[in-house]
Write a protein that binds this ligand. Structure first.
Ligand code: SAM
Length: 302
């Protein structure tokens, strides 16, 4: 990794002037998920320097900005008005404004508003710049000890029990680490669903990250409801749930696909050989069929 000394500020404080704000630009700024110390100096400088700040909840963001002595005009942008205000905000950007987009906590657009505005700004050919920072999903993943090389973010599961269980059933085969958000209202129900449907699968529960009562635990899904019941405080706050991926079904040990197809082709026609090879290896039948066809025609590259 090489730091870019051209765009980095090396002094103690990043000032609004030194943040090098560009006109016509939408800055997507991550804000703390609890600990105010996580608002980066660059985020502070950008927020202090833009013409207006689009905020999910102007009271929440107003309090954050006041804490840092930042006074900029705020405009509400939430899921109920995003489409309606978007056109006006894009016009402001086209007229030369620099705007910031923040949500109540963490990274905008991650289970938060902003998608419509970012998409509209891009469609209008306007620059959209990230000011990265906290994100509960990534923070939890980074401490979970679950495989982090490949992961899927699913956000919130459906609120209704039947829909939630059906979604979880569909996700149970996912081989990548699965990241979910959950609220205190539903954590007990979701934990029970995970226990019922995933049994011994490893789960990490991370709550109140970066806050006073921060806690994270890794345990089998079937033990999660009991762990929550041990202490009423454990159901309080904000949660990230991470679920270890399902075990990848490996092709039978030592079996080489070409070898297998050659053996099957001794006794079977091409399509039957491909079908059985697909069942044994879990590979796609169409590709195996093409390979089997080549082999049956004596293609040396097959
Ligand atoms: N945009 C945010 C982000 O980047 O993480 C997420 C916003 S989403 C509306 C709020 C959910 O994120 C919470 O219900 C919880 O699942 C998760 N979350 C937010 N802050 C958290 C924290 N400090 N600890 C654990 N989970 C948190």
């Amino acid at each position: 990794m090489q730091y870019d000394t051209q765009t980095s500020d090396t002094g103690a404080a990043v000032t609004a002037e030194s943040a090098r704000l560009e006109p016509h630009t939408l800055y997507v700024v991550a804000t703390p998920i609890g600990n105010l110390g996580d608002l980066s100096p660059r985020a502070q400088a950008v927020l202090a320097g833009v013409d207006r700040i689009c905020a999910e909840d102007t009271r929440t963001s107003g309090a954050l900005l006041a804490h840092f002595g930042i006074r900029r005009p705020l405009v509400a942008l939430h899921e109920h008005n995003e489409s309606a205000v978007c056109e006006r905000l894009v016009r402001e950007l086209q007229d030369g404004a620099a705007l910031a987009l923040v949500s109540d906590a963490g990274t905008p657009l991650v289970s938060d508003p902003g998608f419509v505005l970012v998409r509209a700004a891009r469609a209008a050919g306007l620059p959209v710049v990230a000011v990265p920072g906290p994100c509960a999903a990534i923070a939890a993943l980074s401490i979970s000890g679950l495989p982090s090389d490949r992961f899927v973010f699913e956000g919130f599961l459906p609120a209704k029990s039947a829909a939630r269980r059906s979604r979880l059933r569909a996700l149970a085969h996912e081989t990548r680490t699965l990241i979910l958000y959950e609220s205190s209202h539903r954590i007990a129900d979701t934990a029970q669903d995970l226990a019922d449907l995933l049994g011994p699968r490893e789960v990490c529960l991370a709550r109140e990250l970066t806050k006073l009562h921060e806690q994270s635990v890794v345990l089998p899904a079937c033990d999660l409801p009991g762990w929550l019941r041990e202490d009423a405080n454990r159901e309080r706050g904000e949660f990230v749930l991470l679920i270890a991926g399902a075990a990848v079904e490996e092709p039978a040990a030592g079996l080489d696909t070409v070898q297998l197809l050659r053996l099957l082709l001794r006794e079977l026609p091409v399509s039957a050989a491909a079908r059985i090879a697909a069942e044994i290896t879990g590979l796609r039948k169409k590709e195996l069929y093409e390979r089997a066809l080549q082999l049956s025609q004596g293609d040396p590259d097959a």
